[in-house]
Write a protein that binds this ligand. Structure first.
Ligand code: ADP
Ligand code: GN1
Ligand code: MG
Length: 369
């Protein structure tokens, strides 16, 4: 943990109207060190982040993407005549030397955003209204980014959701087994291997040209979707992985978290299942925004996306457990292993409910319900 005076010093490298009062760790992200800065004599409070350079190797390319994406979103919201735009899209703060990030004396990279005031953020979704609004938020986000002018966005993490890449990294880590942890993962290894071929379906459809690459968010965990005080869609945050992808990645990751009956790291696996009502509510919100845009093959395969992404993220947790917890922040022993087990239980629940999931999407798309 970095000391308070340093946070004040970093804060002061950014251009604001007011002055620093205090900074406190904020939120439940797994990647960056995030602080909320409270101010005085300023319209805003701020989110200050020390960026994770193990995960993001090219900060210049990362910040260039975020700058382009946030400027595009702002323009679209302005054109649509929206009010309170500072709460509806992220705003990067410039530094005194006219950049969108800075470095401290230790060489760490920092960026700052306006703090989205009066928002609600959920680790576990409580009702269908929240799920529906989450779906609207991501659907709208994708629709607003559809006409981003070229050039294409930088790939901030190459092959991020590519399952062939993830399987390769897993098998490499398993072979090395540096920390001798594989011995406690026999069930999980069997689970991974039994499904590795079928999980390549979306990638195959992409290679065959049946589903297009679009601009997707790629990290649609529910706590990256902020709702307002009435639980209405407010702002999609955590734009680090916005880059070309398949819509299934965003749909799948959102269902993984929005329709999970419990937390991502719940240890009691009997508590883990996909809540089909939350799935339906999210899908309705999402497709209300995108039904006219997606092609028939994209729609047909949406029901398979939750299992794919939940499996992929489970695989990443397991790989990080083998690697010695270098990627995701962990807060207890075997945290990544617990997370992986939860994901795999959820995949089973997805699989058990696939017919229902298909019917729901088909009904929404044909407008029969
Ligand atoms: P990570 O990649 O580590 O998940 P995020 O960018 O998602 O980092 O930020 C972590 C948390 O900080 C978010 O889940 C959210 O609670 C909070 N947060 C991030 N940006 C903002 C913002 N502009 N306004 C309010 N809260 C924010
Ligand atoms: C990370 O950044 P955060 O905490 O919202 C990760 C996602 C995982 C998620 C699992 C850049 O999301 O890919 O799905 O943890 N982000 C990155 O909770 O790897
Ligand atoms: Mg996040």
């Amino acid at each position: 943990m970095i000391s308070q005076p340093n946070l004040k010093k970093v804060f002061e490298k950014f251009i604001t109207q007011g002055s620093f009062v205090k900074a406190e760790p904020y939120g439940d992200g797994h990647i960056h060190d995030t602080f909320k800065v409270s101010t005085k004599n300023d319209t805003y409070d701020y989110i200050l982040q020390r960026l994770n350079t193990y995960v993001f190797r090219d900060i210049e390319a990362l910040q260039q993407n975020i700058s382009r994406v946030t400027r595009h979103l702002r323009k679209k919201l302005e054109e649509a005549g929206e009010s309170e735009i500072d709460r509806k899209c992220l705003t990067l703060i410039n530094t005194v030397d006219d950049n969108v990030y800075t470095r401290d004396d230790e060489g760490s990279y920092w960026r700052m955003y306006i703090f989205i005031s009066n928002h609600r953020s959920y680790q576990v979704v409580q009702d269908t209204l929240q799920a529906f609004q989450g779906g609207k938020a991501i659907g709208r986000f994708q629709a607003l980014l559809a006409d981003m002018p070229s050039p294409p966005l930088n790939e901030t993490i190459p092959y991020f959701h590519n399952i062939e890449n993830r399987l390769l990294l897993f098998h490499n880590a398993l072979e090395k087994d540096i920390y001798g942890r594989a011995v406690n993962m026999k069930e999980e290894i069997k689970f991974v291997e039994s499904r590795q071929e079928e999980m390549k379906t979306i990638l195959r459809l992409g290679k065959e040209g049946k589903i297009p690459l679009r601009i997707t968010h790629n990290d649609t965990k529910f706590n990256n979707i902020l709702l307002d005080q009435n639980d209405k869609a407010l702002c999609v945050i955590d734009l680090d992985t916005v880059m070309p992808g398949y819509v299934h990645y965003d749909f799948g990751d959102a269902i993984r978290t929005a329709a999970n009956s419990a937390a991502e790291d719940e240890k009691d696996l009997d508590k883990i299942f996909m809540n089909i009502e939350l799935y339906e509510a999210y899908a309705r919100g999402y497709l209300e925004e995108l039904k006219e845009v997606l092609n028939p093959v994209e729609k047909e395969y949406l029901p398979y996306a939750p299992a794919l992404i939940t499996y992929t993220i489970g695989l990443r947790f397991l790989t990080d457990h083998l690697d010695g917890d270098k990627y995701f922040k962990t807060h207890r022993k075997n945290h990544n292993l617990d997370r992986a087990r939860t994901q795999f239980r959820l995949v089973r629940s997805n699989e058990e409910q696939i017919e229902n999931m298909k019917k729901i999407i088909a009904d929404i798309c044909s407008g029969t319900n």
